[in-house]
Design a binder for this molecule. Structure first.
Ligand SMILES: *[C@@H]1O[C@H](CO)[C@@H](O)[C@H](O)[C@H]1NC(C)=O
Ligand SMILES: *[C@@H]1O[C@H](CO)[C@@H](O)[C@H](O)[C@H]1NC(C)=O
Ligand SMILES: *[C@@H]1O[C@H](CO)[C@@H](O)[C@H](O)[C@H]1NC(C)=O
Ligand SMILES: *[C@@H]1O[C@H](CO)[C@@H](O)[C@H](O)[C@H]1NC(C)=O
Ligand SMILES: *[C@@H]1O[C@H](CO)[C@@H](O)[C@H](O)[C@H]1NC(C)=O
Ligand SMILES: *[C@@H]1O[C@H](CO)[C@@H](O)[C@H](O)[C@H]1NC(C)=O
Ligand SMILES: *[C@@H]1O[C@H](CO)[C@@H](O)[C@H](O)[C@H]1NC(C)=O
Ligand SMILES: *[C@@H]1O[C@H](CO)[C@@H](O)[C@H](O)[C@H]1NC(C)=O
Ligand SMILES: *[C@@H]1O[C@H](CO)[C@@H](O)[C@H](O)[C@H]1NC(C)=O
Length: 288
């Protein structure tokens, strides 16, 4: 009895003693983020930019490649650092992170699913690395706030998962210059109603007709679908893409004629159709 009493009495005092010290620490989110960034520096080593992160300076918001909003880290911009060690989970403990650019590094793992946990991400650029393997069907576990996804110039194989069509706010989707094969989920991609930039070019897809559904993507300004085994004629449905400034369909197996609507699209500045199997005259000029 007496022992029990003494035990709970001392527990009570231990708690009193610990509380004032542990509380401010666990609510100092800026201090936590400082530690997370120092952890990244230790982990990835002294790259050109991380080498200049001074651990003695408490103001990590002024470090190169780091941007804060109201004292919380919102952007990490670290392209071209020769990072090769996989992206660590701690990166997503920066819970206000909305912008992540790790392009032009030396990552060679499969797609880093740890970034699924960056739940506020709007911009993800992992282009120009050596990411390999396949994207998995749960790619829609990436932040639903995503507006820009750039996976260009990697070594990703297999099919593009149909769940790629589940990002209602996505404005740009760049999947060009990889090793995606099989067929691509044209129908699901055409559900990305906010899409302005779409690149699927330079992937060894199976031969298939130009997707009629892409005519639904009426906000597109940039459509790069070169070198991806597209066959048959350019469908009339694409005439609805009146916002296009670039349309690149070169190096395919397209047939028929260049449709006349392309000459009426006032915003079209770049139009690449070479290396196809078109017939007929290329430009509607009247010869003398
Ligand atoms: C929070 O942590 C930062 C960085 O370690 C430190 O500069 C700041 O004084 C701390 N703020 C509070 C209220 O403890
Ligand atoms: C950080 O502070 C320590 C101790 O004051 C000092 O030895 C070290 O040179 C400082 N490092 C930098 C990068 O300023
Ligand atoms: C990468 O950095 C090197 C030197 O640090 C520079 O010469 C090169 O232009 C950079 N490349 C890109 C793509 O930023
Ligand atoms: C995901 O983030 C939450 C909140 O920041 C964190 O508690 C959790 O441990 C993270 N999960 C992983 C797998 O890193
Ligand atoms: C950081 O994110 C949290 C949770 O999403 C949010 O409540 C908070 O307002 C954000 N802080 C800033 C400074 O944006
Ligand atoms: C990183 O990749 C670049 C370009 O792909 C290459 O030139 C460089 O040698 C690589 N560096 C390391 C450390 O692997
Ligand atoms: C990746 O895509 C984004 C959004 O379309 C674009 O702004 C960025 O320049 C691209 N990154 C590279 C390295 O080209
Ligand atoms: C892909 O689109 C089809 C047709 O609209 C739909 O039935 C299917 O649920 C979509 N798949 C995913 C994973 O979103
Ligand atoms: C076209 O498809 C064939 C399979 O029928 C494949 O071997 C080839 O690599 C593809 N070519 C391109 C340029 O995607």
């Amino acid at each position: 009895m007496a022992n029990n009493y003494r035990a709970s009495f001392s527990l009570f005092f231990t708690a009193l003693f610990l509380l004032p010290r542990s509380c401010p620490q666990s609510t100092n989110e800026s201090g936590d983020e400082h530690q997370i960034l120092l952890g990244l520096k230790r982990y990835w080593g002294s790259s050109p930019v991380l080498g200049r992160w001074n651990p003695n300076s408490s103001d990590h918001c002024s470090w190169g490649g780091v941007t804060c909003t109201n004292g919380m880290v919102t952007a990490i911009f670290l392209p071209n650092q020769t990072f090769s060690k996989p992206i660590p989970p701690s990166l997503c403990h920066l819970k206000n992170l909305t912008y992540l650019d790790l392009s032009y590094n030396n990552f060679s793992t499969s797609f880093p699913t740890v970034v699924y946990n960056c739940s506020n991400l709007k911009y993800l650029d992992l282009s120009n690395n050596a990411f390999a393997g396949q994207l998995t069907a749960d790619i829609n576990s990436l932040s639903a706030k995503l507006e820009h996804l750039n996976l260009s110039a990697n070594r990703i194989t297999g099919k593009i998962p149909a769940s790629i069509g589940q990002f209602p706010l996505l404005k740009s989707l760049r999947l060009d210059t990889n090793q995606f094969d099989g067929s691509y989920p044209a129908h699901n991609i055409s559900n990305l109603a906010s899409l302005e930039v779409l690149t699927l070019a330079e992937n060894p897809f199976l031969p298939a007709a130009v997707p009629v559904e892409f005519g639904k993507l009426t906000r597109l300004t940039y459509l790069w679908v070169s070198g991806m085994n597209m066959t048959r004629e350019i469908p009339e449905s694409l005439s609805s893409l009146t916002e296009l400034s670039l349309l690149a369909m070169n190096n395919n197996m397209l047939q028929g004629t260049i449709p006349t609507w392309v000459w009426q699209h006032k915003k079209l500045q770049y139009f690449y159709m070479y290396s196809n199997s078109f017939t007929g005259r290329f430009h509607p000029v009247s010869l003398p």
